[in-house]
Design a protein around this ligand. Structure first.
Ligand code: XIL
Length: 373
């Protein structure tokens, strides 16, 4: 029998250890450029403990509301930062590889496919009961040199695209349930973007892409995905008629992705967004919010974060109120890893957790809204 004093010492030691462990995991890791971030204390510090660890999560609440919630995932932090993976699996039930499935990454040379980064993301998703949104088969950005500098004939371009789609979709058959088949094919003025695919194959490349993807995995849900056509207007009208034409011709298309790379200075009109979702529902199509981020012009202030939270809430509200909106996916989840500072100089802080993985008001806005009945 141990003496009481010894036992107390052991228990005290254990408590100290537990406290040390909790402190380590609550403590923000140092990151680059945290200047200008709002520091959270008090209630927010309590919330920090629950994000990605214990307690309720966005995915649990979203499931009860009949939608999936997710984020784009970057390969580097998924493998390099345990906290990143931990939060991802706790909070979300759908992921989109941010870059790992793009043409340039999976098809770097004409006869070479490189799937390892994408495979790792798919394995992570499957291990954590998450859906994968494959992104993206046909786009005019992130293309390899061999293709852009290749001077191919029309029939060669057709063969290249068909083979690419077949190979990639077959590789992930049964594991990637949703594909953004075609990305950003419509210009702001409503015309078709003059891409390498339009110039190289002609406008029929669009319908062919959907048919080829369907051949490779008849179970996959196939989406058109674009930015700037979320509400009503010239671009969304053009997208709508393009999609309606595909539906009328019996092409295998199941949904439209609304990207939503937005900022609080020109917030979307959510009524128009719901009306746009509605007219797509009338065609029998689903919609997904696919790439939401709400960038803030620096410096970041409490007011701007609150305005950002209201916008996050309004987009989620639109998705919840539309009968055909089934997924709400953000283009990342932490300001530590976001494309915004690089692509929009002077802007940042577009996501729902800050650079130290602490929840911002936008995270609370999503939780509150999902809890509402
Ligand atoms: C962006 C990624 O976030 C960047 O890392 C990459 O360098 C370029 O592409 N619309 C899309 C996404 O459909 O694929 C883009 O992702 C953002 C805009």
């Amino acid at each position: 029998m141990r003496r009481l004093g010894d036992r107390i010492a052991v228990v005290a030691l254990m408590l100290l250890l537990v406290a040390a462990v909790l402190r380590i995991s609550w403590e923000p890791k140092p990151g680059s450029g945290a200047e200008g971030q709002i520091r959270h204390s008090g209630p927010a510090a309590v919330a920090v403990a629950s994000v990605g660890m214990v307690g309720t999560s966005l995915r649990t609440l979203a499931r009860a509301r009949g939608i999936r919630i997710g984020a784009a995932v970057a390969s580097g932090p998924l493998h390099g930062e345990p906290r990143y993976a931990e939060i991802l699996r706790h909070e979300f039930n759908v992921v989109t590889p941010e870059n790992a499935m793009k043409f340039e990454w999976v098809h770097p040379r004409q006869n070479v496919y490189a799937f390892s980064d994408a495979d790792a993301i798919v394995a992570f998703a499957r291990a954590n009961d998450m859906q994968v949104r494959g992104h993206t088969l046909v786009w005019h950005v992130s293309l390899p040199r061999w293709l852009t500098g290749g001077n191919f004939t029309r029939s060669e371009m057709r063969d290249i695209l068909r083979e690419h789609i077949h190979e990639v979709v077959r590789h992930f058959r049964g594991q990637v349930e949703v594909w953004d088949v075609l990305n950003e094919a419509v210009a702001d003025d409503g015309s078709l973007e003059k891409t390498i695919w339009l110039r190289g194959i002609g406008p029929e490349y669009i319908e062919l892409a959907f048919r080829w993807a369907h051949e490779a995995d008849p179970q996959a849900r196939l989406f058109y995905n674009d930015n700037g056509g979320e509400g009503l207007g010239r671009k969304s009208d053009a997208i709508y008629s393009l999609i309606r034409g595909l539906v009328q011709r019996g092409a295998p298309i199941h949904g439209v992705g609304f990207q939503f790379h937005i900022n609080p200075e020109s917030p979307p009109n959510t009524r128009a967004v719901v009306a746009n979702m509605d007219r797509l529902a009338a065609l029998g199509l689903e919609v997904h919010v696919t790439e939401l981020d709400v960038r803030i012009k620096k410096p970041v202030t409490e007011e701007k974060l609150d305005a950002q939270a209201r916008i996050y809430g309004s987009i989620l509200g639109a998705c919840l109120s539309a009968r055909n909106c089934r997924a709400f996916v953000m283009w990342g989840f932490t300001d530590r890893h976001s494309w915004i500072p690089l692509f929009f100089p002077g802007w940042g802080a577009g996501l729902i957790l800050d650079e130290f993985y602490r929840p911002k008001p936008a995270y609370g806005a999503l939780m509150d809204l999902l809890r509402e009945r």
